[in-house]
Ligand binder design. Structure first.
Ligand SMILES: Nc1nc2c(ncn2[C@@H]2O[C@H](COP(=O)(O)OP(=O)(O)O)[C@@H](O)[C@H]2O)c(=O)[nH]1
Ligand SMILES: [Mg+2]
Length: 284
């Protein structure tokens, strides 16, 4: 599915979001723990001023645990933005994040606390809503933009939870951010050149996760030094071949990216706080 973000869409979404944010007490912002910066949308921060907010680093079960810890320290201590790392299908973790958000709200106990779940597509908002509700209230799927209409679900503890109205658009500039998002599956592969995503992924794996590569692809011995060679070696060993015995680069690249996205390559984080560079809007 390819979402086209025209200025008109964006303007409409901004308006919807602004008015929806004004009506709730707190925001549960869901980002992908593997890419907490790239999966954030800085526009949210701009309209969330003064709102109670928690940044939920979801999919922590497939992110690198040390890197996730470093991100939590970064958000909680440096940015002073409450953050929690969870796996969206675990009720205890999701409830804990929700409770720590609700605890921020200075509320009249007789009134319901209104919480809105926000985040770019594919971060796990519907999954978290379903876990909290204890039943299927929202569609989930590994493709962007499954959730379309805002819905409200009543939870125990006098809490009403709302999903995002419309879709919070992903920010795909600068180029690195687009690559990281595409690698995670948050944006359509067609939005960024597939060849580039694969090379970017191969480079990340070679530099930071060589042990994961060896564990998943034991035939890589020794490990190739260059991203291109890594993809070709995997293609060769896994039979991704074209007519005439040539390696089908696209097929090999897809195989690696699927393994990476699903967690089959291990717990891998795509970005670390120590790599933050000035190209990013780090003021989240
Ligand atoms: N491993 C893992 N996968 C998750 C988690 N939360 C959601 N997912 C998967 O991520 C994909 C997108 O989830 P969804 O809830 O539809 O995201 P939404 O677009 O933000 O509503 C689905 O394939 C989910 O199964 C999580 O905590 N861990
Ligand atoms: Mg959804």
């Amino acid at each position: 599915m390819n979402i086209q973000w025209f200025p008109g869409h964006m303007l409409e979404t901004k308006k919807q979001l602004k008015s929806a944010v004004a009506k709730v007490d707190a925001l549960l912002e869901v980002v992908d723990a593997r890419l907490p910066l790239s999966s954030s949308n800085p526009f949210l921060k701009r309209i969330a001023t003064g709102k109670n907010r928690i940044k939920v680093l979801n999919k922590a079960d497939i992110a690198n645990p040390e890197t996730t810890q470093a991100w939590l320290e970064y958000f909680n201590r440096e940015i002073k933005l409450p953050a929690a790392a969870i796996c969206g299908t675990r009720l205890q973790e999701a409830s804990h994040a929700l409770q720590s958000l609700v605890a921020q709200v200075d509320r009249n106990k007789a009134r319901k606390t209104k919480v809105m779940v926000v985040g770019i597509p594919n971060t796990g908002k519907s999954t978290i809503l379903n876990t909290l509700a204890g039943r299927k209230v929202a569609k989930t799927g590994n493709v962007p933009a499954v959730t379309r209409h805002q819905q409200r679900t009543s939870l125990k503890g006098n809490i009403d939870i709302y999903d995002t109205p419309g879709i919070l658009w992903p920010v795909i500039e600068p180029r690195q951010r687009g690559l990281v998002l595409a690698m995670s599956g948050a944006i359509s592969d067609t939005a960024v050149d597939y060849h580039d995503i694969a090379l970017f992924a191969a480079q990340l794996l070679l530099e930071r996760y060589p042990a994961c590569l060896v564990a998943r692809y034991p035939f890589l011995n020794p490990l190739p030094g260059a991203p291109q060679d890594l993809i070709e070696s995997v293609g060769n060993a896994r039979g991704c071949l074209k007519k005439g015995g040539y390696i089908d680069f696209q097929k090999a690249a897809q195989l690696i990216i699927r393994d990476l996205r699903s967690g089959r390559l291990g717990r891998i984080s795509f970005e670390r706080p120590k790599d933050i560079n000035t190209n990013y809007d780090t003021d989240q």
